[in-house]
Ligand binder design. Structure first.
Ligand code: APR
Ligand code: PHB
Length: 391
């Protein structure tokens, strides 16, 4: 098989890249190690910046998102027993859209199927080769048969544990990492959200987040220990812990029900530099991760893909490599900004065992400053709603 672009990974990054390249008349194939159902079974975040909504619209896959997504003009910060609203619309004139990443993935998969674009699922031993030269290939096995895809470029959209970054010689790559000493225990339930907007709660028992997927489906998280086992958390224990970390009004309003998904996710910050190695380009979680507090993971991934799709379209339509040459640098500026915001917001909202009472006082003082200073709330709002794509 020969294509212009071979994409490794059918998560949101790979699927969106495939859709944008198709619109630009660039032909691509996606190779994914899991099944489509497995990919759709992963529950991830659900807050979309304007950049993400715009790119999905450009890709022609935003109809359901625009019809069903919930427009949120602000968030609430809960601390010291009370809630304080950060009004995005008043501070920045912008909003975010709440729509699950799983639904984004589903919409992209359906559009791909409808356009008869090829995705090879359940591909084993996927590997990129020859990206230092001019004739890269991607090899894989399917049902025991070995295959080779010849291509011009390889897009590594295969997430944090993927093979793309792992195939780069270590000397060509610099990585930066921070692992947090706690995780998030998340529950999805078919219950109405406790409040119309997201609540981020700083509590002495640990962080909690009230989010949602729709007006009938809620997503909640509590900070937990890395030693916690999900099996040891009954639904009742989860609801009790969540209630304890909310203000009284929210605790009394909370509607509980059986969990339909429950999982523990570790929190980490990670960046790999650069993101281009000859004809291999990394995008999304393959190149970076953020702790979920700032809701930046998916939005950073789609921004990478926006730059990459433009750069590849330019390469073919205008015979210009300007976009490819600046790809890494453009993405990384945005990535480090989001890393900083996610690190700061994580530090502000969680219980850090090692910082003790002094650390808690610093958090309280900063939260007080944040909700009483227009400059500070504007900075939070601007970072949360996200920046436009430059250039
Ligand atoms: N070969 C082929 N596919 C692979 C390989 C491999 N060796 N390794 C991983 N994959 C696939 C995974 O199965 C997954 O479907 O690559 C895909 C990567 O998807 P994600 O991990 O979702 O990463 P990405 O598409 O960059 O999504 C961005 O935003 O909210 C965040 O972390 C969240 O997943 C989210 C991310
Ligand atoms: C979610 O809805 O899953 C969610 C929302 C906001 C976050 C993280 C996760 O910051």
């Amino acid at each position: 098989m020969r294509v212009q672009v071979a994409i490794i990974g059918a998560g949101p990054s790979g699927l969106l890249l495939g859709a944008l390249l198709h619109k630009a008349g660039v032909d691509a194939v996606i190779v994914e190690q899991r099944s489509a159902d497995y990919v759709l079974g992963r529950i991830r975040a659900g807050v979309l910046e304007k950049v993400t909504v715009d790119l999905l619209q450009e890709a022609g896959v935003a109809d359901r998102l625009l019809a069903e997504g919930l427009v949120h003009d602000g968030i609430e910060l809960s601390f010291g027993g009370a809630r304080h609203r950060i009004d995005f619309e008043a501070l920045t004139g912008k909003h975010v859209t709440v729509y699950g990443q799983t639904e984004v993935t589903r919409d992209l998969m359906h559009a791909r199927e409808a356009a008869c674009l090829q995705t090879i699922y359940e591909a084993a031993d996927v590997a990129p080769h020859g990206f230092d030269g001019t004739h890269p290939t991607v090899t894989y096995r399917k049902d025991g048969v070995a295959h080779t895809i010849a291509c011009d470029f390889i897009a590594g959209c295969d997430g944090y544990h993927g093979i793309s970054r792992a195939s780069v010689p270590p000397a060509s790559l610099k990585t930066y990492e921070r692992i947090y000493p706690f995780g998030w225990l998340g529950v999805l339930s078919d219950t109405p959200p406790v409040s119309p907007e997201l609540i981020y709660s700083n509590h002495e028992r640990g962080f909690a987040l009230c989010s949602m997927r729709s007006m009938t489906r809620s997503r909640y998280y509590v900070q937990c220990s890395l030693d916690d086992k999900v099996e040891a958390w009954s639904d009742d224990a989860f609801w009790d812990e969540l209630r304890r970390r909310l203000d009284r009004a929210a605790a009394e309003t909370l509607v509980t029900g059986p969990s339909i998904e429950k999982s523990i996710a570790p929190l980490g910050s990670f960046v790999a530099e650069p993101m281009r190695f000859g004809r291999l380009l990394l995008a999304g979680d393959a190149a970076h991760r953020v702790p979920p507090t700032g809701a930046k993971g998916l939005n950073l991934a789609t921004a990478d893909v926006g730059y990459l799709a433009r750069a590849l379209a330019e390469h073919y339509a205008e015979r210009s490599d300007a976009g490819l040459d600046t790809y890494s640098q453009r993405c990384l500026r945005r990535i480090w900004r989001a890393e900083r915001f996610s690190w700061w917001f994580t530090g502000l909202m969680h219980r850090f065992p090692e910082t003790g009472e002094f650390g808690r006082k610093m958090q309280a003082a900063e939260l007080d400053y944040l909700v009483n200073s227009t400059a500070a709330s504007t900075a939070l709002a601007e970072n949360y709603v996200g920046l436009p794509l430059e250039g």
